[in-house]
Design a protein around this ligand. Sequence first.
Ligand code: 5CA
Length: 452
Amino acid sequence: MRHRYLVTFTGTAVRLSSYFLPTLKENPSEAQIVSHRLMLRAGMIRQSSAGIYSWLPLGYRVLKRVEQIVREEMDAAGCQEVLMPAIQPADLWRESGRYEDYGREMLRITDRHERDMLFGPTHEEVITDIFRQTVRSYRDLPKNLYQIQWKFRDEVRPRFGVMRGREFLMKDNYSFDLDVDAARKSYNRMFVAYLRTFARMGLKAIPMRADTGPIGGDMSHEFIILADTGESEVFCDASLLALDALSDEVDYDADLQAMVDVWTAPYAATDEEHDPESFETQVAEKDRRKARGIEVGHIFYFGTKYSKAMGAEVSGADGEPITVEMGSYGIGVSRLVGAIIEACHDDEGIIWPESVAPFQVGLINLKAGDAACDAACADLYAKLAASGNDALYDDRDERAGVKFATMDLIGLPWQLVVGPRGLKDGVVELKARQSGEEETLSAEAALSKLTA
Ligand code: 5CA
């Protein structure tokens, strides 16, 4: 029952009466899309200033889970985690030529010595600087380094909550290779790692040919989730929605081109890259999907754009200098939390996929203060925690309706309901949030089902 990859925080169990969960009954007027509304209503985030948010306990737990899945897939694909500074010197960006180009989206800062600094919107320059200072020989390649770090982009229109923030959490990684062929292999590894990452979060992310934008380069895919509230228009072949990225184990040392080809052969393009004529000739009418999409990841191969400008070279086998080939790869970690909600909710609230749920189980005491209910819940609560389950125990003195509404709103995968009538018959109720299926069973049976 538990997700195979579930990250265990070794069974955190908390009582709702003491948990910081500032839920809202009413829909906040500033929220235009469902994920923003639900994140505010479920007490996950609070806005600090335009496009800048605090993550409250429930939201932060989800963010950490999303981050951990990203981390595990990056590690599996052979990348190594680093943490670069959030504040960067402007001089590095002058070297790459991007300091002026980046325009007003860049938050520019002057330190006390009148030195120009900036809050990093991305880290190509910093990583290239690290590389050129430290790597000397072709024998040290390939390298692929990643970080999970807060970025700042002074977006013209921050909106939709964490979906388009000004401060946001990104996973960004950077590959360094000796030649184009090796760089394409790195690109393919990231392509496959991305497919797996999003699939593990219960998402169908479709890789789409994309514009390279100010990053430059000649090979780029955006990973897009179809959702009515997406910011851009996208076009794809419906067959892509039937592909399963987790069906096979991946050997990252093998050539992954065949797998990439399976995902890139069907038509899929963002608005900028869309070619109506090819769409019509390549895709049967019944399979043509025109939809809105949320970009959750973006990968670029840009060759020597930064390494050349900044002098990132290694010496080759013959001693001659080689300018390294680079790629960069981003995932919108904080955006993903909103994107998952866009994909997984109903009228009552969020429906978390197990892999990212803040808690697996919501334990509901229908009659707090009743000795039998309190004792049964205390026992279940202790056993759930001991078995490594994350449980949120609603022990508040509230009406049943309020408790059910809260649990539905915050979307935990399982609701374990304990009431005086059931207890008389020796039973509790287990409800699956997603299917709505309810089962009446003994407390032991419920526990063994949840801890299976
Ligand atoms: N340097 C490259 C890759 S490391 C880069 O910056 N790519 S990016 O601009 O496409 O950003 C990567 C991902 O960050 C995007 O796919 C998106 O999911 C997320 N992202 C970008 N801007 C925002 C924003 N304003 N708010 C939330 N997430 C964002």
